[in-house]
Design a protein around this ligand. Sequence first.
Ligand SMILES: Cc1cc2nc3c(=O)[nH]c(=O)nc-3n(C[C@H](O)[C@H](O)[C@H](O)COP(=O)(O)OP(=O)(O)OC[C@H]3O[C@@H](n4cnc5c(N)ncnc54)[C@H](O)[C@@H]3O)c2cc1C
Length: 442
Amino acid sequence: MGTRAGRAAEAANDAAAGVCDTGPGTAERITAGDITADVAVIGGGVIGHGIAFEASRAGRSVVLIDDAPGSGASWAAAGMLAPVSELHYQEEQLLELMLESSRLWPEFAAGIDAGAGIDAGADGTEPRAGTGYLTTPTLAVGADAADRRALADLREVQQACGLTVEPLTVREARSREPLLSPGISCAFDIPADHQVDPRLLIARLAGVLGAEGGSFVRRRAAGLLWQDGHVAGVRLAGGGSVRAAETVVANGLGAAGLGDLPAGLALPLRPVYGDILRLRVPPRLLPLLTATVRGMVRGVPVYIVPRQDGTVVIGATQREDGPSGPHAVSAGGVYQLLRDAQQLVPAVAELELLEATARPRPGTPDNAPLLGRVAHPDGGDFPGLIIATGFFRHGVLLTPAAAAVCRQLMDGTPDPRWAGFRPDRFSRIPDTSGDSPKKEAA
Ligand SMILES: Cc1cc2nc3c(=O)[nH]c(=O)nc-3n(C[C@H](O)[C@H](O)[C@H](O)COP(=O)(O)OP(=O)(O)OC[C@H]3O[C@@H](n4cnc5c(N)ncnc54)[C@H](O)[C@@H]3O)c2cc1C
């Protein structure tokens, strides 16, 4: 592990050689060449940035590789930190990871703010404006009688898992949120589901990383770099490489297409598209809401997330076919979101539409991430390689947990609770030995 001064010198040398830059927003200055660091992270979404930040604050030198950081699923995400509302049947192990991450969020956000020089507040409980991290609660509301029954059934499952979901009368809900429709059928208070602003989060993480000597390579990773049977870094598209003791594959849906993955490693990722809207609330309607509203409207989910800056985010669509490309917004999706949000909060019709965005979420067959090391056919794990992808609907919530899991793996102290998320759980690793990866299909 390099010293901080050594890392800074390395980064400076690399920058001088025109190999990398030291912060987002700077012009691309890449030429072929080699960079060396303790940790190379492929992918600059919330997950890659979170892992790089955690490694850096643990004293490791870090290089983050992405030709378009922050432009993937993280660009679309609403930023709900919602382990309770996101509980699904038979996903108990995922719930444990979501609750762990939720527990880690306050310290994680405070650490980013501290790194950015933002005062966290005297008692440590102030909202973290730096990342938009807010501990405001969530209200689950239903539109009709069937929605009320569905939310009541879900509450039974949530309670059986020890989660707090308290019923409110419609009058109580409307006294807290006066712009909720009087026509809603039910409301439940979920105090533990919070929010962060993913775009702010990535910007802050990149800023702190840059200030701490981390480097950013604005190029695509072509594949893994192998040496003597272990992963020794990253081959860059167009030439050059990043050499590192640990390489973290955190490039979302792109992970499965990365070159030179270990033979037999299947990363069964699939795109699950989501449309999302950003709207400005006119001053006369502020605050539109103080809590996040997660609605069920004739069996279809919709959420409205109020931001500190007077905007709201409306989303919830899920489709597996993109209209014409990964960023194409579905007209039907937009219609459905506005129609259902307006049924719960009629004033939505009076907001200014700022943006409609669509992105694919990195889904997996069991909706759980692919997170950890990869088994070596000779026993043990491939040295120098960690996979962190497949975060599907929960990547923002799970960022601190993913970062902590990766740090523990790098420290050689993995937490056995998370072994079920190993990235090779869908793979048939061939029972062979050898120093270089074989490109067999799984
Ligand atoms: C509409 C919508 C709403 C959502 N709402 C929430 C929410 O409220 N809460 C929540 O927790 N989650 C939410 N999610 C899910 C969340 O956005 C994802 O789980 C999360 O963003 C995944 O982060 P990531 O860093 O793994 O991937 P991404 O954000 O997709 O980042 C991957 C990065 O890898 C880069 N990359 C790809 N290939 C390469 C390569 N070869 N070399 C270098 N770089 C490469 C890309 O440029 C990209 O920047 C939502 C998702 C969507 C689409």
